[in-house]
Write a new protein. Structure first.
Length: 198
């Protein structure tokens, strides 16, 4: 079990490094070309990066590297869901960087109100479980790590449960470890807290 985990971690890091090196040599991301390519995404993720349904993530203000990395994972079918595997097949790495430049530059989703007790509980868990040390002090995301602030709570809960069960594999195992000890109630509170942040 431990060995499998370690192998996964090494593969993940190697993959990520290769991607970063390749990225450094590519043309700079072009948000205008990205917007043109992203037309086929708007029906679900919105032209403003705010999604059309609760099970679809908002992409506005997501860190560009996080968007690009998730698209690569869908194209390689390491991550599956929402038909995203099929949608990404025809996209090149450059298309993905361009699309990421477009969505990441959009204004963040508005904060949503929720149950005050759950929000307070979620804030506390986010501190004790170090969610902010990776996802940022306001869960705004950074580098390859997703923005959680203002995200749909339903989407966050589904993803946390999928990462906890291992049905969604994460790149280097760090997020899997972070999710493993969470109860369903913790997940509900964390989602309420993240959603309440601007
Ligand atoms: C038919 C609706 C639909 C279309 C069209 C669509 N998506 Fe998605 N997308 C989804 C759903 C649903 C998910 C969540 C998948 C899951 O449950 O894991 C998702 C997930 C994502 C994620 C992961 C976000 C995260 O926070 O991890 C990214 C990035 C993404 N889509 C980008 C795109 C881009 C770029 C396009 C256009 C090229 C696109 N999507 C087109 C429905 C769609
Ligand atoms: C050691 C760094 C680290 C810690 C600590 C961490 N995360 Fe993550 N998280 C990540 C990374 C990296 C990803 C992207 C995983 C992937 O798809 O490869 C991620 C992804 C996620 C996602 C999926 C987001 C999306 O848009 O699909 C959620 C939700 C999430 N984390 C919530 C949390 C919560 C809640 C905590 C605290 C209990 C936490 N994370 C702690 C690094 C971390």
């Amino acid at each position: 079990m431990r060995l499998i985990h370690k192998t996964k971690a090494i593969l993940g890091v190697a993959f990520f490094n290769t991607f970063l090196v390749a990225g450094a040599m590519a043309a700079p991301p072009d948000a205008i070309a990205g917007k043109a390519k992203a037309q086929m995404c708007f029906a679900c993720h919105g032209e403003n990066g705010l999604s059309a349904a609760k099970d679809i993530p908002n992409l506005a203000a997501q860190p560009p590297l996080s968007i690009t990395y998730q698209l690569i994972q869908f194209r390689g079918e390491q991550r599956k869901g929402g038909g995203m595997e099929a949608i990404t097949q025809a996209l090149s790495d450059q298309d993905m960087r361009n699309i990421a430049a477009y969505f990441s530059a959009l204004p963040p989703p508005p904060a949503q109100s929720g149950n005050a007790d759950k929000i307070a509980n979620g804030q506390q868990i986010a501190g004790t479980q170090y969610c902010n040390s990776c996802h940022g002090s306001q869960l705004q995301g950074q580098k390859h790590i997703a923005r959680l602030a203002g995200q749909s709570p339903e989407y966050l809960m589904t993803q946390l449960k999928a990462i906890r069960s291992g049905s969604r594999i994460d790149m280097d195992g760090t997020m899997g470890s972070a999710a493993r000890g969470l109860s369903d109630e913790d997940i509900e509170s964390l989602a309420a807290y993240a959603t309440s942040l601007p």
